[in-house]
Design a protein around this ligand. Structure first.
Ligand code: DQA
Length: 141
């Protein structure tokens, strides 16, 4: 199965950024292990700090035969445009968060994108991405 992982703003700094919340493993190190755990799947990765670039990537990938794992970072809480992009495409999108956003600041309790996604996985550290892949594999049957 083809899986596209899309990470939003500040997630390029994983491993260095607020390590008490997000851990100290850089995403590329985690991704290598994730790909090794799913040798039969084609896992591709895109990261951007820019809302429009994330939307462009959703448009680009959203009509391929792929499942999308999306951690939109802080755009989760603000971006109607990303929610609209998710609604506009065919590919199933799983919303992912490393931290348990429901247990953090009030402004993180709101997600503009959840209702456009197949489901949400949050709070399991980087393992949230693997759980999202498992969910997509089950959707695809
Ligand atoms: C995050 C949670 C967001 O609230 C935050 O802005 C992030 C990361 C997470 O993965 O826990 O950048 O999406």
């Amino acid at each position: 199965m083809k899986i596209v992982i899309i990470n939003g703003p500040n997630l390029n700094l994983l491993g260095k950024r607020e390590t008490g919340i997000y851990g100290n493993v850089p995403f590329d190190v985690f991704l290598e292990k994730l790909c090794a755990a799913y040798p039969d799947d084609d896992i591709e990765y895109f990261q951007s700090n820019h809302e429009g670039d994330i939307i462009d990537e959703l448009h680009r990938r959203g009509f391929e035969d792929a499942g999308i794992v999306l951690n939109a970072g802080a755009y989760t809480h603000t971006s109607i445009a990303i929610a609209d992009a998710i609604r506009a495409i065919n590919a199933p999108v799983v919303e992912v968060h490393i931290s348990n956003v429901a247990a953090r600041e009030d402004y993180r309790h709101v997600s503009m994108i959840s209702s456009a996604c197949k489901g949400v996985i949050a709070g399991f550290g980087l393992d949230s991405y693997r759980l999202a892949i498992e969910a997509l594999r089950n959707i695809e049957g």
